[in-house]
Design a protein around this ligand. Structure first.
Ligand code: FUB
Length: 340
């Protein structure tokens, strides 16, 4: 992720916007929601935003989160339970700071929480923690996943039982530092007419604790099969990957970051390539845009966040949910989170 100096997107009237949905909880600030249905109940794995008092900068230092809470509800619109602290920074030996957007998965009778954080060298890595309950508490593995880097893990399990982790984020998420496969602390970016930096994917091992194969690029292409370019800010990948399947097709969705859209692209394999299709969610109040998509009881829902509740403070966000609709051709109707 990243920030801009004002901390507001163009839609900066946090207190004036008329939202289509209310925060799921207001006792804490929550963001980056990854929603799943486990045992017939909806579980949401968000970041836990706090006021750390750190000035905003383009590295996102002001997003200095220190733990995770799990939220759950028995139905959309039902009472939301905050299950308290599910994992704390102090219990993860390798973490230095900034516990950012997590995701969760179920396999082998266990629940897995995947989370990005900066290690003691200030390099983003992705960790995993396990629990016998979807609500936690989770116990972290002593080291980050070998070969992992950058931010925003999203784990998708296909019908054949294979699970894949999608990850990455440019700017403050450091994905640009791994373009050669090795870490380069210089923040260098492709020129505008070169292919954009790709998000990453790796199949997970059967025990869900490591990568089963080398990390691959997730290619996002236009309708002519050409890679989206680095200068194509309105369409190219920035952060916040999510993968879901609808009617046999794979939908890869993501944030365009500095243009603030949640966009999507579709393909016929979990590895891609994915062809850009359009916008799922227009910019929200606050700089970041981050989402997940889940089917509950035959309907589809978009979980997202905005900063209305905090009056527009970009690092104090609240998770919300709204219905997502497909057209008969499988395309997704664009959502605007505010009434006109
Ligand atoms: O919450 C911190 C970061 O902000 C996430 O990792 C990004 O996706 C953005 O939402």
């Amino acid at each position: 992720m990243a920030a801009v100096s004002t901390g507001f997107c163009q839609n900066n009237a946090g207190s004036q916007a008329k939202p289509i949905a209310q925060p799921l909880v207001t006792n804490i600030y929550t963001a980056d929601p990854s929603a799943h249905v486990f045992n017939g109940r909806i579980y949401i794995y968000p970041s836990h935003d706090i006021e750390a008092g750190i000035p905003q900068n383009d590295n996102g230092d002001h997003f200095d989160m220190r733990d995770y809470h799990v939220l759950s509800m028995d139905r959309i619109g039902g009472k939301v339970t905050d299950h308290g602290v599910a994992l704390d920074k102090k219990d993860v030996p390798w973490v230095g700071r900034q516990m950012w957007a997590p995701d969760a998965a179920y396999k082998n009778g266990k629940y897995y929480l995947y989370f990005p954080a900066k290690d003691k060298q200030d390099v983003f890595r992705i960790g995993v923690a396990t629990s016998s309950s979807p609500a936690g508490p989770f116990k972290a593995e002593p080291k980050p996943i070998a070969g992992s880097y950058s931010i925003d893990p999203a784990v998708f399990t296909d019908a054949d039982g294979n699970s894949y982790m999608y990850f990455g984020g440019i700017w403050g998420g450091q994905l640009q530092r791994w373009q050669t496969g090795k870490y380069n602390p210089k923040d260098e970016y492709p020129k505008n007419d070169q292919p954009a930096i790709s998000p990453k994917v790796a199949r997970l091992s059967k025990d869900m604790l490591s990568f089963a194969e080398p990390v691959r690029d997730v290619k996002i292409v236009d309708k002519d099969g050409k890679p989206l370019l680095a200068g194509d800010n309105k369409r190219r990948f920035f952060e916040a990957a999510w993968l879901h399947k609808y009617k046999g097709k794979y939908y890869f969705s993501y944030s365009t970051g500095d243009t603030h859209f949640i966009a999507y692209a579709t393909g016929t394999s979990p590895y891609g390539p994915f062809t850009y299709q359009g916008v799922i969610l227009n910019p929200v109040v606050g700089w970041t845009n981050h989402h997940s998509i889940v089917e509950v009881g035959g309907k589809w829902y978009l979980f997202y966040h905005d900063s209305v509740q905090s009056g527009g403070k970009t690092h104090l966000r609240s998770v919300k949910v709204t219905e997502l609709k497909y057209r008969p051709d499988g395309s997704i109707e664009t959502i605007t989170a505010y009434q006109k």
